[in-house]
Ligand binder design. Structure first.
Ligand code: SF4
Length: 257
């Protein structure tokens, strides 16, 4: 089973290779950009990002090594993007999530890795830690027993094979309360939570474009945020029907330990 635009690995956890690769690429970028905070600021600033994009992918590219690291090594994970973009409706072409370009995926992958490095320490020190898991990790299960909780939906652990069950058990081990994301207005959700819990730390498990958007929002609200990208994007907004997604549990444990 493949994702609509990207596939990092199969349900068996073969995305291990992807995570090692993105760590190596981030190490290479950090040799050039000195420190993690500066590189993250560059990736998040839209003007700087455009100029970074031109420097890496433009015709006057003087950063051949770096752009080759991104395009040559990462395109094998995103080679379904071109076909997806070709088939987009006029309306969807204006949707910043659905219309994410292939090179943007590569920068987003790097951004998630660098943001995790920057936020790992502050997240650990957060007084109140919570996680939001993508609803597509359980959507295909008609018998799902999840219920509305104080923030979002709560898993009721009805199925041992479900990634939400396994992920939430692991998160609990690290003192993180987990929820299944159902709300679309994350700005309202996180602003309210930050008021309630000034020492808030957040963790997201979602498809790459949505994860980057959520992590940036948390950055703006001064919430240290960690993220694990889904191995595939297969929910209804991508497929037009409800598919099953999964993520790399070992990667989640690596991030938390
Ligand atoms: S384990 Fe949790 S998320 Fe998965 S189907 Fe059961 S209640 Fe739903």
């Amino acid at each position: 089973m493949r994702g609509k635009t990207y596939t990092l690995g199969g349900p068996s956890g073969s995305s291990v290779e992807y995570f090692q690769l993105i760590r190596n690429i981030a190490d290479r970028y950090l040799e050039e950009y000195q420190d993690e905070d500066s590189l993250l600021a560059l990736l998040r600033d839209s003007g700087s990002r455009r100029s970074l994009f031109r420097r890496l992918f433009g015709s006057d590219n003087d950063h051949k090594d770096l752009s080759e690291s991104l395009s040559e090594y990462l395109s094998k994970y995103t080679n379904d993007t071109a076909e997806h973009l070709r088939d987009l409706s006029i309306t969807d072409r204006f949707d910043s999530i659905i219309a994410t370009k292939e090179e943007e995926y590569h920068l987003n992958m790097l951004e998630i890795e660098v943001a995790n490095r920057v936020n790992r320490g502050p997240f650990r020190e957060s007084e109140y830690k919570m996680a939001l898991m993508a609803h597509c990790l359980r959507d295909f299960r008609d018998y799902c027993r999840s219920e509305p909780g104080e923030i979002e939906y709560l898993c009721r652990h009805c199925e041992k094979e479900c990634f939400v069950h396994t992920g939430s058990m692991m998160l609990e081990k690290y003192g993180i309360k987990s929820y299944i994301s159902a709300t679309m207005d994350h700005k309202k959700l996180f602003s309210g939570l930050k008021k309630q819990h000034p020492g808030l730390g957040a963790l997201g498990i979602a498809c790459i474009p949505q994860l980057v958007q959520g992590m940036r929002l948390c950055g703006m609200l001064d919430i240290p945020a960690l993220g694990v990208p889904l191995d595939v994007n297969r929910c209804a907004i991508w497929l037009g029907w409800t598919g099953v997604a999964w993520f790399n549990l070992e990667e989640l444990e690596t991030l938390l330990s």
